[in-house]
Design a binder for this molecule. Sequence first.
Ligand code: FES
Length: 108
Amino acid sequence: MENSDGFVPVLKEKELKGGKMKLVTVEGTPILFIKQQGQIFAINNRCPHMACGLIGGTLDGLVIVCPCHDWRFDLTTGEYEEAPGFRLTKYNWKIKSGKIWVNHEEET
Ligand code: FES
């Protein structure tokens, strides 16, 4: 089910708990949802370094640490702390009717 604006429902809002991650796949794109400090982030699960799955990483405040080489990415900007420009792919999302919707084509 896709809206005319390109958003698809992927999770119930209450399924995404604070401090946790949820991985969904939308038309072959692995999208990792993270709720941290009351904020929601939707990022591509593949690390921009060597494509390791970020679902195996750890959260440190508003930073996600990749499990493969410990690169630290700021969830708010998407940037690698030590080399801005290397960044996470982020997606637009919204909450509607108790569900989280994502647009997997429109990257932010
Ligand atoms: S693959 Fe993520 S830091 Fe290397």
